[in-house]
Design a protein. Structure first.
Length: 210
């Protein structure tokens, strides 16, 4: 029969080995979780008008976040002209739209937080229309001629009516007449959307701010 002094060291050794084994497994699990769990990346962009080299703050930039696995997410730049997006992915893919700037698609990759001042190209046609509607142009004959050259004959032109009353459609001629007739309401014209093809405006959406 074995003595107690002979049994105790054996039990202690087995107990030590068991705890060591459990500790190793626990550490391995925590390490695996830490490695496999993705960290959030923050992408931050500030939108700069390419012509003026100034942050775009007067008109928000519309942003469409594109994701292969999910539906698009819609957002806007803030009052400082910037936009931030947190994601577990190491990339961001989005489209920017603005009434007075050209639509662009942006793709960036990073392994950490990302900051960029993004140059946005001006839509000269939309700005010219805005100027015609809100500026003081005395030469009405030349103004009509220039507008006729800018706008396609079959252009789709819509005015968004206030208080969700719908839209009003214009022909090219009616729209040019509206822009070349000096009224107080023209000073509040705001271009919502414009599209061009072959150097001419083919779609235009605008509203008159109250």
């Amino acid at each position: 029969m074995k003595s107690t002094s002979q049994i105790t060291p054996s039990i202690k050794k087995k107990s030590y080995n068991l705890w060591l084994w459990v500790a190793c497994i626990t550490l391995s699990l925590f390490a695996s979780i830490f490695i496999l769990t993705p960290t959030n990346n923050t992408f931050r962009f500030c939108f700069i008008d390419q012509d003026r080299n100034q942050v775009i703050t007067k008109v928000p930039i519309d942003i469409v976040i594109l994701n292969d696995k999910e539906s698009p997410f819609y957002s806007k730049s803030d009052s400082t002209g910037c936009f931030a997006w947190k994601t577990k992915d190491d990339y961001i893919h989005f489209v920017i739209r603005s009434p007075y700037h050209k639509t662009d698609t942006i793709y960036r990759i990073t392994s950490s937080d990302f900051n960029e001042n993004l140059q946005v190209r001006t839509d000269d046609y939309a700005l010219i229309l805005h100027y015609y509607a809100n500026g003081k142009v005395e030469d009405w004959k030349n103004r009509r001629k220039e507008l006729s050259q800018m706008i396609a004959n079959d252009a789709h032109i819509f005015q968004v009516l206030p208080q969700r009353l719908g839209i009003e459609m214009y022909t090219k001629k009616d729209f040019i007449n509206k822009l070349t007739t000096p009224t107080q309401s023209l000073k509040n014209v705001e271009i919502i959307e414009s599209k061009r093809s072959n150097g001419q405006i083919v779609k235009l959406k605008f509203k008159i701010k109250s």
